[in-house]
Every structure is written in structure tokens, then in C-alpha cells.
Ligand binder design. Structure first.
Ligand SMILES: Nc1ncnc2c1ncn2[C@@H]1O[C@H](COP(=O)(O)OP(=O)(O)OP(=O)(O)O)[C@@H](O)[C@H]1O
Ligand SMILES: [Mg+2]
Length: 358
């Protein structure tokens, strides 16, 4: 029943900067199934956003995908029946037509921080600018015009039809009087309304997947709850998958069926949300869960820092990169051997020497 939509295999993304090479994503492997919500958690700087951007071919310069593949299983009609065509996103031209069709059309994206979405960051000609232009509100243009443009970029319909879809979408995300609000400028809306508009834009093309990178971080709790409800509701009606990136463990517990825990560019544990919360196996996951006071309750706190510092990206520890901070550190092993992906339960995987019998 669970059919893969996006398969990320051994993905590597590097930033070559003046001081050296940052391995922002270092061999990440995971699958997102159709209609499924996958949560991605981990401390700041561990590679969550860069992974999301790689899926849309939007890694900013000087970043480069240096290894692995991202397979998008696209359903297409052929001779009256439906077949699956597999596209390797890492091989697409980042400015080419194919990725532009996928970006914003088949895969939508909502960024963190709605306030910053008011900054005009559109730079014509750059693929990042283009994607940003599609998913960030430009302050000097009416909301409806921006929505119509996005919808028309991905669907062959008239302006009038696109405007009707835009109004309907605004209504569905709970914007009052959408027939009037469609002609508002972004600054005339509240922060919560702007974020809803962003969601409306991302969802207006009925994407197969929504990448939500801390979509509600800047919002207050009641608006956050409404937006999460809207996302879930729309997910059911269009069978959309969601990649949900967040620091808020309460929110991820509510939204995600499965969770990947990331540390220093690697997925270190993956399991159902229930198992991650109740039977975490990787010492890093356990430390993360301890770092918030009430798991399961709606905590507004970001993950508190756990013991020790996140390592210097130019000078990564040998063996398991978590070993200098790990309460289960086994000298002579963890500092020497790179742990491999090990099955620790029925649908539960971890990257830790505790489970490798070494
Ligand atoms: N444009 C860039 N230039 C250089 N390094 C970058 C750039 N963007 C990201 N990085 C580096 O890549 C690594 C992963 O960053 P990323 O933004 O994916 O972290 P994150 O997990 O999303 O963190 P946060 O939770 O704070 O959003 C970090 O070490 C970061 O410094
Ligand atoms: Mg991020």
C-alpha cells in the first residue's frame, strides 16, 4: 500500500567555503511515501533545510550536490493507464524546464519565517530567485496576482479560472472574505494571514508533496494550531505527502507518522513517531527528547542544546560524529568506526555501534 514518492539515496551536499568544506548533507537516505507525513528533526545546522532544498534543486551557491540521488516517482498517464516514471532530480538542470515544472507545481514548499517573506528577494534569472518568487510574497504586488501567476505557471487555464482557484484556496485556508482579500497587498494582512496565503499558494497546484520547513515557527500557538489543521485537512483531500521540518517536538508528534532524526548531515535514526518518542534507540535522539520539558504537550520551546557543542564542521570527529557528546561512548570503538545503518526494530533503523555488536 505504501508507495514511494521521493527516495533520497546517500545524498551528499557540500559547501566549499574559504575555510574548507562543509559536509552539510553527508549520505542521507530516506523515503517519503505517497500521502505520508515524514518529520525531520535535529539541532540547528544539521542539514535539514539543505536536504529540503536539494529535493527542489535549490541548494544555494557555493553548495553542490556531490553524491547520491533523489528519485521522484511520478505517476503519468500512458495509453489510458497510469504508469510510474522515475525522475532522478539530481540529474536535472537546475534552471531547466523539467525541474521548474516540479518545483512549485508537483512539489510545493513553505519556508520558515513569514515576516522575512515580505522582503523582496526576487532576483530574476536565478533559479533560487525564481522558486522564491513563486513561494514568497512580494510586498508590492497583490496577493491574488501572485497566486494567479503561480497557478498559471503550472496549469493551462485562463486568468479568470486561476483567480477563482486562488479565491477558493484562500477560503480553504481560512482567510475571511477571500473575494476581497484576494486584492489585498501582503502588508495589509496579519502575519498569520500571510503565512496562510503562503500555504494557499503552495497548495494551489495540488502538489504531490509539500515541503514545510518550520512553517509555523513565527506564529502564535492558536494560529499555528489552525494552520496545522488546514495542512492535515488538505493532505487528506488531495493525498499529498508532507516533509515536515521542525524544532518543535510537540508539533512533529502531532503531524508526522514517521520521523527521521538528523545529526551533522546524516540520518541517525528513523522510525514511526510513536517509536521515536517512546522507544528511541540512538543516544542522540534520547538526548534530544530529554532536552524539552514535556514531550507530547504543545511546547513552544525550541530544542534546548544538549550536552557539549555541535562539532566544528571543518573538523569533524572521527568514527561516529556524535561520540564526543555521547553518554554511551565506547572508547576505542565509537571514535574509530563509522556506524552503519542498522535495523533495530521492525520498522526502526539507527546508525549507532551499540546495535552493531562490535
Ligand atoms: N549558503 C550557505 N553557505 C555555506 N554554508 C551553508 C549555506 N547554507 C547552509 N550551510 C551550512 O550547511 C549546514 C546545514 O545547514 P542547514 O541550513 O541545512 O541546517 P538546518 O538543519 O536547517 O538548521 P536550522 O534548524 O537552524 O534551520 C550548516 O553547517 C550550514 O552552515
Ligand atoms: Mg533550516
Amino acid at each position: 500500500m505504501s508507495e514511494p514518492l521521493i527516495e533520497v539515496k546517500d545524498l551528499k551536499v557540500q559547501f566549499n567555503v574559504r575555510d574548507g568544506i562543509i559536509h552539510a548533507v553527508d549520505g542521507a537516505t530516506f523515503t517519503i511515501n505517497r500521502g505520508q507525513t515524514l518529520g525531520i528533526i535535529g539541532e540547528s545546522g544539521c542539514g535539514k533545510s539543505v536536504t529540503a532544498k536539494a529535493i527542489l534543486r535549490m541548494v544555494p551557491r557555493p553548495g553542490k550536490v556531490t553524491g547520491g540521488e533523489i528519485l521522484y516517482h511520478r505517476r503519468i498517464k500512458s495509453n489510458g493507464s497510469e504508469i510510474t516514471d522515475i525522475v532522478n532530480i539530481t540529474e536535472l538542470d537546475p534552471d531547466g524546464e523539467e525541474i521548474r515544472k516540479i518545483r512549485g507545481g508537483e512539489i510545493g514548499m513553505i519556508f520558515q519565517e513569514p515576516m522575512s517573506s515580505l522582503t523582496p528577494v526576487y532576483t530574476a534569472g536565478s533559479h533560487i530567485g525564481e522558486a522564491v518568487g513563486l513561494h514568497r510574497l512580494v510586498p508590492i504586488r497583490k496577493v491574488g496576482a501572485q497566486m494567479v501567476e503561480t497557478i498559471q505557471a503550472h496549469r493551462r487555464i485562463s486568468k479568470q479560472e486561476a483567480r477563482e482557484i486562488a479565491i477558493d484556496m484562500l477560503r480553504r485556508v481560512g482567510i475571511p472574505k477571500p473575494e476581497q482579500r484576494v486584492d489585498a497587498y501582503p502588508h495589509q494582512l496579519s502575519g498569520g494571514q500571510r503565512q496562510r496565503v503562503m500555504i494557499a499558494i503552495a497548495l494551489s497546484c495540488e502538489p504531490k508533496m509539500l515541503i514545510a520547513d518550520e512553517p509555523t515557527t513565527a506564529l502564535d500557538v492558536s494560529i499555528e494550531a489552525q494552520i496545522l489543521d488546514i495542512m492535515r485537512e488538505l493532505q487528506e483531500t488531495v493525498d499529498m505527502a508532507i516533509m515536515f521540518i521542525t524544532h518543535n517536538l510537540g508539533v512533529v508528534a502531532e503531524m508526522a507518522e514517521e520521523i527521521c532524526v538528523m545529526y551533522m548531515g546524516k540520518i541517525v535514526e528513523r522510525a514511526s513517531a510513536v517509536e521515536i518518542f517512546y522507544e528511541p534507540q540512538h543516544p542522540y535522539t534520547r538526548a534530544l527528547l530529554k532536552s524539552i520539558p514535556h514531550v507530547g504537550k504543545k511546547s513552544r520551546e525550541r530544542l534546548a542544546s544538549i550536552k557539549g557543542m555541535v562539532p566544528d564542521p571543518f573538523n569533524l570527529p572521527s568514527g561516529c560524529v556524535f561520540h564526543p557528546r555521547c553518554p554511551e561512548y565506547m572508547p576505542g570503538k565509537c571514535d574509530r568506526i563509522v556506524p552503519s545503518w542498522t535495523q533495530v526494530g521492525e520498522n526502526h533503523w539507527a546508525r549507532c555501534l551499540l546495535y552493531e555488536g562490535v
